[in-house]
Design a protein around this ligand. Sequence first.
Ligand SMILES: CC(=O)N[C@H]1[C@@H](OP(=O)(O)OP(=O)(O)OC[C@H]2O[C@@H](n3ccc(=O)[nH]c3=O)[C@H](O)[C@@H]2O)O[C@H](CO)[C@@H](O)[C@@H]1O[C@H](C)C(=O)N[C@@H](C)C(=O)N[C@H](CCC(=O)O)C(=O)O
Ligand SMILES: Nc1ncnc2c1ncn2[C@@H]1O[C@H](COP(=O)(O)OP(=O)(O)OP(=O)(O)O)[C@@H](O)[C@H]1O
Ligand SMILES: N[C@H](CCC[C@H](N)C(=O)O)C(=O)O
Ligand SMILES: [Mg+2]
Length: 485
Amino acid sequence: MKQLSNILQDIEHQLLSGSADVSIQNLHFDSRKVEAGDVFIAVPGTHVDGHRFIQQAIAQGAAAVIAERFEDVDEGASTLVTMGDTAGALGKLASNYYDNPSARLKVVGITGTNGKTTIATLLYLLFKKLGYQAGLISTIKYYVGDEELPATHTTPDALQIQSLMAKMVEAGCEYCFMEVSSHAIHQERIAGIAFDGGVFTNLTHDHLDYHQTFAEYLKAKKKFFDELPKGAFALTNADEKNGAVMLQNTVATKKAYGLKSLADYKCKVLEKHFDGMLLSIDGQEVWTHFAGLFNAYNLMAVYGSALLLGAEQELVLPAISELKPVAGRFEIIRSTDGKYAIVDYAHTPDALKNVLNGISEIRTGNEQVITVVGAGGDRDTTKRPIMAKEAILQSDKVILTSDNPRSEDPAQIIADMETGIEAHQRQKVLSIVSRKEAIRTACMLAQAGDIVLIAGKGHEDYQEIKGVKHHFDDREVVKEIFNLN
Ligand SMILES: CC(=O)N[C@H]1[C@@H](OP(=O)(O)OP(=O)(O)OC[C@H]2O[C@@H](n3ccc(=O)[nH]c3=O)[C@H](O)[C@@H]2O)O[C@H](CO)[C@@H](O)[C@@H]1O[C@H](C)C(=O)N[C@@H](C)C(=O)N[C@H](CCC(=O)O)C(=O)O
Ligand SMILES: Nc1ncnc2c1ncn2[C@@H]1O[C@H](COP(=O)(O)OP(=O)(O)OP(=O)(O)O)[C@@H](O)[C@H]1O
Ligand SMILES: N[C@H](CCC[C@H](N)C(=O)O)C(=O)O
Ligand SMILES: [Mg+2]
């Protein structure tokens, strides 16, 4: 059993009352989970301040409470400790609690607006192919070696991260690949992790509801690289305008991948097809099962990271050649009469533009592109009209529909998207609130050879309407319409 003093190691704090030599059970930052013998850490949140729940945690038998301040608190039998920034300390406390698992793993964090899940998942699969045990923390799933666990967040809270990493160490993993979201950086969910590498993909419009301005969003992403330790690598996208900015103040070893600009890891696209691309990576020809130029970038991030982690090029390239697309990322479903549906998780203007670019690159003739797209409720509203605009620019027909409306009125979200449409484009657009009906209509409008892009939900197997998650899977809906299985 752990003592409170064990978890306070190397963290500046003041003991306000009680003893640090008290035995402790579990750590919690949610008072509702506190049981006798646990430690409650009060952190300021985005909705309420966790400091409001200190008395409740004490009443539930907390052995200790760690907070930035105590106001009108009757400590009872609990030890009280104060420290400057509890949100920042949470990860370190948890790391101490689990015997610093990240120091025993090679941890690579991937950040940027788009491509994180793809790169993290492909790195996990690549290192498994190379014969290592690895862990994955990503939007779709968490993996501890081969054990699959449901994902709650792209980057979960600090306690969950450290607990997952402890399980990875226990399962014999050597590597951990994790997505690092801007929310996680801003909320310090990643504090206390000993990173061995950081990867930057790109920075485009998203999450401005949370970060308010693009400059703040950029600052959050950059903080990740600013705080990487010496000895770690910082791998960036040389062709992205914010790529160099990200590494401006890092002490980590700076490296870059790219297709156009000067870079340490270089790539050329030799051939583009529906079922893959032929790439030249550092002068070596590699067939890949990925379509879309953006995936050449993702694969270069994977390749560069693998080499920086010490893997050998002659083993990495053949393994890359065997990798397959990640669930719901440019997933192609073909009907028996020759129509193509592509299910893709593009839920930002830039991702939508890129995925449509990807489709344009492989169009051979007069195929029509019909795009079905919505936008999530309770999320950045400013991206809605821009997403509609991007969809129209590269589609012959667009059906605006619902994504996850969450607490919002789906018709209003569609109306917000419609403001991005110009009068002369109106005849190209249909609005259908039911996502199933929207997909059905698109598939009916399509002729043999045509491409139906179903964007926004990718791997998701639910649709959240008025706070309730209903089972819904774009891929299942398409297969039913195409009479497959
Ligand atoms: C806006 C946001 O990011 N919120 C996250 C945040 O919660 P919060 O700050 O809002 O919590 P709060 O309700 O204000 O409560 C503050 C504190 O009081 C505590 N509390 C609260 C009530 C109580 O009775 N007792 C108590 O102790 C809470 O446990 C918390 O510690 O901290 C929580 C714990 O880490 C997260 O679960 C929660 O994620 C919410 C659910 C969420 O939806 N987040 C999304 C936006 C998110 O993080 N997304 C990114 C991906 C984005 C992307 O790149 O696409 C992700 O990494 O998943
Ligand atoms: N490198 C890239 N550049 C631009 N767009 C991309 C890139 N990689 C993927 N995309 C597009 O973005 C979508 C989301 O990809 P992915 O899930 O890998 O990103 P993510 O960063 O994990 O997103 P999230 O923040 O939602 O977890 C894909 O379905 C594709 O349309
Ligand atoms: N991680 C993103 C996922 C968005 C997926 C899209 N389908 C939506 O619901 O908006 C978010 O939570 O903003
Ligand atoms: Mg992701």
